[in-house]
Design a protein around this ligand. Structure first.
Ligand SMILES: [Zn+2]
Length: 369
């Protein structure tokens, strides 16, 4: 990457304009990190953070990581030092290793999932998280891929509606992850560093199919609230995502790990955020560091130009292009930083209020609409 001779003003907010809820993050059972993470949350004015995969740990293996299930109870036990600052989703039973079938007996799998889900919700889980492995890796007993819109899974989404919890489902990935790893690919540097992120191989379904099936799923379960992370995993085409949000009132999005995509189309992104201000959650999906959080605030709150966004792993050393901020008005920032999250997860309100008080009483968010 070459440097730049451009001189433009810099305004880096030290704290979010309102006590924020980071609705997309992962602890991966690394409990020893909690005290340091909470210090970062304090420094940046982040009231709460969600561990989406509270029943999973990561184990490092050659060339990548593998998931390992871990008891959901651990989450509460291990975060007892900061119970008001962290909340959790569960993956319930959607956590088998990639090389093993998700199920051989679909009815038994669904029954086990419902039971696990209810138990985790009793223990405090605020939602169900579905990993991108569904549709890419998970297979049934006949070795066929299990897709998001598989009818056999339908009772699970209906149960989430009954329990009043959202489903955060990750399907597909950046367009470049499905194209060959070559210099012409926008994501060449990242894919060279993490070849595991590439789905260019023909054994994987194409992005268009994953998106089509996911959109079929959310339309088929209008009573269930779906959160589609990473700008519904199609920030390269905001008109598409906008039409999806218009069509499906049960759909919300987060924009975690997509500042790069949004900040390179700031006019379009700003119009998108204004139009869908009720449907967008703040989330980062990156290790908690002050630099990372402040870059998100800078994107949302300022009109700064030509700054470097974090890459998917939260580092700033690789970047594909520089971005511009979208300078959102305060009433929109309030919705995106916390109000929309509290509307979807009203059970978080007491903890959120307590966290705000602990943060800095004078910045405590007001609740009147
Ligand atoms: Zn994530």
């Amino acid at each position: 990457m070459t440097g730049t001779y451009l001189i433009v003003p810099e305004h880096v907010p030290q704290q979010a304009a309102f006590p924020a809820i980071d609705a997309h993050n992962h602890l991966w059972n690394a409990w020893e990190r909690v005290p340091a993470d909470v210090q970062v949350l304090d420094a940046c004015g982040v009231a709460m953070s969600c561990d989406l995969t509270a029943n999973l740990a990561l184990r490092q293996v050659d060339g990548g990581y593998v998931y390992q299930s871990s008891p959901f109870e651990n989450f509460r036990r291990a975060t007892s030092a900061a119970p008001k600052r962290l909340y959790a989703f569960t993956t319930a039973t959607f956590c088998t290793p990639r090389d093993q079938p998700l199920f051989t007996d679909p009815q038994a799998f669904v029954a086990r999932t419902l039971e696990t889900l209810r138990e985790h919700v009793r223990q405090g889980a605020r939602g169900l998280k579905i990993l991108k492995e569904l549709g890419l890796h998970y297979r049934d007993g006949d070795r066929n891929l299990v897709f998001a819109d598989d009818e056999r899974l339908a009772p699970i989404w209906e149960e989430c509606a009954r329990l009043g919890i959202p489903v955060l489902i990750h399907q597909s990935d950046p367009v470049g992850f499905f194209d060959p790893i070559a210099p012409a690919n926008e994501h060449y540097d990242s894919l060279r560093k993490y070849p595991d992120w590439s789905f260019a191989d023909a054994r994987f379904p194409r992005k268009a199919e994953l998106i089509r099936r996911r959109d079929r799923l959310v339309a088929a379960h209008p009573r269930t609230t779906f959160i589609l992370p990473h700008v519904a995993n199609y920030p390269e085409d905001l008109a598409y995502v906008s039409a999806l949000l218009d069509r499906c009132p049960n759909v919300h999005i987060d924009f975690s790990a997509r500042l790069d995509e949004l900040g390179r189309q700031p006019y379009t992104a700003r119009a998108f955020f204004l139009r869908h201000q009720e449907r967008i959650l703040f989330g980062t999906d990156m290790p908690a560091t002050p630099e990372m959080y402040r870059c998100y605030f800078r994107f949302l709150e300022t009109y700064d130009e030509n700054f470097v966004p974090p890459d998917y792993d939260g580092t700033f050393s690789r970047h594909r292009w520089r971005i511009c901020g979208i300078g959102l008005p305060r009433h929109v920032l309030a919705k995106i930083y916390y109000r929309n999250a509290l509307r979807l997860m009203p059970g978080l309100r007491p903890a959120y209020r307590a966290a705000c008080a602990a943060l800095k009483p004078e910045t405590e968010a007001t609740e009147q609409e």
